[in-house]
Design a protein. Sequence first.
Length: 74
Amino acid sequence: MRQRFLTAYDYGTGGVWQWITADSAEQIAAKYPQLTVVNELPKWLDERTKANLRSYDIDDEPEGVLRSISQSNG
């Protein structure tokens, strides 16, 4: 059963946070090894911020940061 996972891409001086719907955290790690799947919500992540994060499905064509890291996976 698919579920939504909070992920982070750390680019050194900051990070990009987004939701990815997938079958498992392992599925995300296999497709996007540069991402960290976050197991506990950070304390700074309030309801408004959670609602404003971008959401993706693991099977969708990658956009934004996901497109960039997909291209770097070669």
